[in-house]
Design a protein around this ligand. Structure first.
Ligand code: OKP
Ligand code: ZN
Length: 322
């Protein structure tokens, strides 16, 4: 039995875009601050303690993102009024990733939450350590100098980069969407392996990557693995794929595991189209935990405010079961 440590700060609510845009149409922003608020409230109700993150300086972010990109997010945030939502023109790959006055602050704090979880795992260097960063905005679509898909700074990649100073790192991405940013960041590296299970990018965001023939480049060939699945995939198909993904990870023989954890594969997610059950998230957690590695979990997507808390609880129950 393992005990998970949870890290959360309520200050993420300063990142509060009101809309995202599709072919010119503005629709309500799915990555709302209510997501993490309800998730945290649910975990507290089940008796869990949430620890405040420490703050970190910019150095960790600048190992993953370029200075001009980070400056752009900072200066663009700073010039906005409260409750103003701006769709930026530069350093962006889509129209789902607006900036508000609090965006830079919240994105930095999400990184700090991921790093606090990472430092917990490094300090409790047993195979048993598990820490979970309950953070937003999410990160796995953020590339070296691009925001996209609700992501600004790549929290999981920054955690992995920090862990990579201490050993070999595997990143397993179970969000419904392919983590194009994380893939790009580690594509030509052999010290960090990226393995992702996600909806077929031919028909789902981010479209541009996530295909099964993307194996890595240069010295990183063989250290990137994608498992695209058809829309409406259910528990059985998903768990078979997860076992394959776990084989890739154990073959790599890592010292640390980072999980990009999205709950948007659940059947009741409002913007995604997998059919995973609530129980499946407990099974996913249990299978991941059974590898027996120190784990840093970083929150990515999941958009149903009614189910997010229950799904996180199921996942945590699975993680703690080994
Ligand atoms: C972020 B994360 C829905 C279009 C999708 C952007 C999705 C970003 C997902 N009609 N829009 O990976 O959960
Ligand atoms: Zn997602």
């Amino acid at each position: 039995m393992r005990t998970i440590q949870l890290f959360y700060s309520p200050n993420h609510t300063v990142h509060n875009p009101t809309y995202e845009q599709y072919d010119g149409n503005k629709v309500p922003y799915a990555e709302s601050s209510d997501r993490l608020a309800v998730l945290a409230a649910h975990l507290r109700r089940t008796g869990r303690r949430l620890h405040a993150p420490r703050s970190y300086n910019l150095d960790h972010i600048l190992q993953i993102h370029t200075r001009p990109y980070v400056d752009y997010i900072r200066t663009t945030s700073r010039r906005l009024a409260v409750n103003e939502t701006l769709l930026p023109s530069n350093f962006i790959m889509d129209t789902y990733t607006p900036i508000t006055q609090g965006t830079y602050k919240a994105a930095c704090q999400a990184v700090s939450t991921a790093l606090t979880a990472t430092d917990y795992v490094l300090a409790n260097h047993s195979q048993q350590a598990i820490a979970y960063a309950l953070c937003r905005p999410p990160g796995h679509h953020a590339a070296r100098k691009h925001s996209g898909g609700y992501c600004y700074f790549n929290n999981a990649a920054i955690a992995a980069q920090h862990l990579a100073q201490h050993g070999r790192v595997a990143i397993l991405d179970i969000d419904y969407h392919h983590g194009n940013g994380t893939q790009e960041l580690f594509y030509e590296r052999s010290d960090v392996v990226y393995v992702s299970i996600h909806a077929d990018p031919n028909v789902q965001f981010p479209y541009s990557s996530g295909y099964a023939n993307e194996f890595g480049g240069e010295v990183g060939v063989g250290y990137n693995r994608n498992y695209p699945l058809p829309l409406h995939s259910g528990d059985a198909r998903y768990m078979r794929t997860l076992h394959q993904a776990i084989t890739d990870i154990t073959d790599f023989n890592p010292d640390f595991l980072v999980i990009s954890a999205g709950f948007d594969g659940h059947i009741d997610d409002p913007i995604c189209q997998f059919n995973l059950s609530t129980q499946c998230y407990e099974h996913i957690g249990a299978v991941i935990s059974s590898i027996g590695l120190p784990i840093v979990v970083v929150q990515e997507g999941g958009y149903n405010l009614e189910t997010l808390g229950i799904l996180a609880e199921a996942f945590i129950t699975g993680l703690e079961s080994h």
